[in-house]
Design a protein around this ligand. Sequence first.
Ligand SMILES: [Zn+2]
Length: 395
Amino acid sequence: MKKWLSIILMCMVWITSSIFASATNQEEGLVIAFNGEQTEYYSVFCDDTHYVPMRKVFEKMGASVFYRSRDGQIMALSRDGDIIRHIVGENHIVFNGEQKTVEMPSFSKDYETYIPIEMVSETLYPDDISYNEQHLNIQKYMFNSDYHKVIQDVLDLCSLSNFYPERFQRYIDFHAKMPVYSVQEAIARVNLGLDYPFYENVATIEHPDELLVLVNKYHQLPEGYAAYNLVNMSREYTVNDGKQYLLLAGAYEHYVQMAEAAEKEGLSMRVVSAYRTEDYQRFLYNNKLRTNGKIYADNYSARPGFSEHQTGLAVDINSTRVAFEYSAEFKWLQEHAHEYGYIMRYPKGKEWITGYAYEPWHYRFVGIEAAKIIYEEGITYEEFYAKYVSVNEFR
Ligand SMILES: [Zn+2]
């Protein structure tokens, strides 16, 4: 029984090694040194090629190396902002998106990936590898420590599940530009596309019917999208102009409770805008565009397909004037809206995140659970979304 087991094991070892080691006559190569300083690492010499342990070598050069199980890639992120990617058993290495092919593939030995030394010279330091009888010397690049502090901070988080190496440079740029946010926050924001100008890099929303749908200047409702399950608001909760006001059933139910509670305090809350169709939003936006120009229109009005009002989850209450913020109704909403699952969607000072000027009148239904978190943490819906909803999967 034991004999069989060991034979099977030997076969497995043989199979594995023949997959990864393209040549059989491996021998210990040279001591690896950096700037003439010896390390305890050796190259493996095989078929006239020196192979070096990828992780150890790149880490010695100041890069952060990690294995991404999602696609089996080993990644080295250098302190210079370079991204090096490799899959064990392949004979190419990708340097900042450019594929470099060498003669021999890498192999795996003692849980370490050994890459041909050409992969090192093809990527970072072409002329900086030299040999003598005992040493394989790699000339290490020297970094400017000030600039690289930012990069190092970003690198420290490279193994987070929402860290996308292809966005590495954007994380660095954003963190350098907005140091007030932690690296973790910078990563979450870049993953939401908040480092791009508004209306650039727009994604079409996949599930527009979800309660927690994010509609903003980077996330567009599918063309021709129309909400369903809308209900007609009772006249007692809307402005009395003869028009019909529609909301999604769940949002309406909570709105009624909120309005009733406010009324008990002697306040009056009347909806002046609720559900809008794409066509109506187009009409509104074009109107603003014609009378006030593009900058103003984009500040105060959403382009068609980009308005929360098209989801049936948003309401404008009492007026659409900033003066609304001085009303007793506004004060009450500030304190209680979240108890009914509503949030003020475009707060003061957060224009650069939301993409809209301060709108004290615009409220969005997100459900009580989400509204409570947003209220307690004092964050925008974008920030909430980045932190709790889209941590992993966003673009
Ligand atoms: Zn509104």
